[in-house]
Design a protein around this ligand. Structure first.
Ligand code: BES
Ligand code: ZN
Ligand code: ZN
Length: 480
């Protein structure tokens, strides 16, 4: 829980005082904040505190317990750096024990306060559902009081963090729990009682009738139902066209008969992180209710092996009636997405489509884990997304799309292949080219979150192990 206050004394167990080196050097008169807390320059000099980045100095006095947290030089401090340092200090032994924490900022710009909120709510997230010994004093379980005025936009930031963390829960959950039916139920819960939202679900039977051949083929080996879930939100008049978000929702990706090997399969419950990003964004849109018409589309399936599974070398036909040579059953995401994109275009005629997907290992090779891959057929849409990425720290890097890329997915026996040529070359882009061929000139952008969606080992920036919720902050900002 986070509260804001300015004119009363903070009554928390401990108070974190964020402090840059510049701040420390200010004169006594300018440095009212530290002085009013009873922290004198003499004390700091005596203790040797220099406010270097990540330096922590606990000050236990009769009046109050403080923890000074160094941020380094202001000119070297980014908002990301602020989030990282604050998260680290919250996890430090000096602060971890406190049940309530006050936070005094080095400066109170909206961006700084919002970064502090994210450090607490995103940095404090951890997935411990299946741990038998639960810590009773988790970072998210504490009470926080931020020394800043109450503002509506701060409460929006809190909501957005909650939407992000919902996406993380869905991704972290066991694949045998977070099935397509489970995710459908979660979506129904989010929009329950909401007037401007409506839902349509295509199950196997409806998908057969409509001819979503790619999606059905990918799911053929699975005991779970494939689903195409479409939520529409009308925040403006009905003559305005929809912006559509389409998420890859592979609740597990074994690779199919082109089975993934050890070291590549263990985290594949995260292959629905694109769908989770769409669902997290949906939760935020329920909270923020922008004046915009939006579609939230989730293509849910499971890619497994077995006697019923679709086969390498087969030619299959999807909703757009194009045929595809299945060169590799592990390139399944583009098939499910192609059907979801075609279906959305034919039935809703959106003005733009943004798909989000853990689509390729190649994107991880190209960009690593801190930047989501962006590919688009429309520059203005791409620029808007890049700007949202910049603003939210949900980072994007654009890869090129160009005419000749179409030659990379030619097939001898079908219209196209689901694998790029030469094999191993620009796999993120050839996968995007495959999707582009189903966009029918609709403005479209593709976000490959294979690298950014999940922290496999250790920690990354202000994210601990597991799902990061990448895409949620970006898309929420873009839509609002
Ligand atoms: N779900 C994977 C991509 C992936 C890889 C996501 C690593 C997250 C981390 C996707 O379905 C896949 O298997 N792609 C193949 C495509 C290849 C067969 C053309 C890949 O990237 O190896
Ligand atoms: Zn795959
Ligand atoms: Zn996949």
């Amino acid at each position: 829980m986070i509260k804001f206050q300015v004119n009363k004394k903070l009554k928390t167990d401990i108070i974190i005082v964020l402090c840059t080196q510049d701040y420390l050097l200010k004169s006594k008169a300018e440095n009212k904040k530290l002085v009013s807390l009873g922290i004198s320059r003499e004390l700091l000099i005596m203790k040797g505190f220099k406010a270097e980045a990540n330096e922590i100095l606990p000050v236990f006095s009769k009046k109050k317990d403080f923890c000074l947290v160094g941020l380094g030089k202001q000119k070297d401090l980014s908002l990301t750096g602020l989030r990282v340092i604050l998260r680290k200090s919250l996890k430090s032994i000096q602060i971890a024990r406190a049940k309530s924490v006050g936070i005094i900022l080095h400066q109170e710009s909206d961006a700084d306060v919002q970064a502090v909120i994210e450090a607490v709510l995103l940095g404090g997230y951890s997935w411990d559902k299946y741990k038998s010994k639960k810590s009773e004093n988790t970072l998210l379980g504490k009470g926080y009081v931020i020394f800043a005025p109450k503002k509506e936009k701060y409460f929006d930031t809190i909501s957005i963090c909650q939407g992000t963390n919902l996406a993380r829960d869905l991704v972290n959950e066991n694949a045998d729990v977070a099935t397509s039916s489970f995710i459908e139920k979660e979506i129904r819960k989010i929009i329950a009682g909401q007037k401007k939202f409506s839902i349509k679900v295509l199950n196997k039977k409806e998908m057969k009738k409509e001819g979503l051949g790619f999606h059905l083929e990918v799911n053929k080996g699975s005991a779970n139902e494939p689903k195409l879930v479409i939520v529409s939100y009308r925040g403006e008049s009905s003559d305005q066209k929809f912006t559509a978000l389409v998420g890859k929702g592979l609740t597990f990706d074994t690779g199919g008969l082109n089975l993934k090997s050890s070291g590549h399969i263990e985290t594949m419950r995260m292959d629905m992180a694109g769908c989770a990003a769409v669902v997290g964004t949906l939760k935020n849109i329920v909270a923020l209710q922008p004046k915009k018409n939006i579609l939230f589309v989730c293509g849910l399936a499971e890619n497994v092996t077995g006697s019923k599974a679709y086969k390498p070398g087969d030619v299959i036909v999807g909703y757009a009636r194009k045929s595809v040579e299945v060169a590799n059953t592990d390139a399944e995401g583009r098939l499910v997405l192609a059907d979801a994109i075609s279906y959305t275009i034919k039935n809703y005629k959106p003005k733009e489509i943004i798909d989000v997907a853990t689509l390729t290992g190649a994107c991880v090779v190209a960009l690593g884990c801190d930047y989501t891959g962006l590919m688009s057929n429309n520059d203005s849409l791409a620029q808007k997304l890049l700007a949202s990425g910049e603003k939210t720290d949900d980072r994007l890097w654009q890869l090129p799309m160009y005419l000749e890329l179409k030659d990379s997915i030619k097939s001898e026996i079908a219209d196209i292949r689901n694998l790029g040529f030469p094999q191993g070359a620009a796999g993120a882009m050839t996968a995007a080219e495959f999707l582009r061929q189903f966009t029918e000139k609709t403005n479209w952008a593709h976000l490959d979150i294979a690298g950014t969606g999940f922290v496999e080992s250790g920690e990354r920036m202000y994210f601990g192990h597991g799902a990061t919720g990448s895409g949620v902050r970006l898309l929420t900002h873009f839509l609002t």
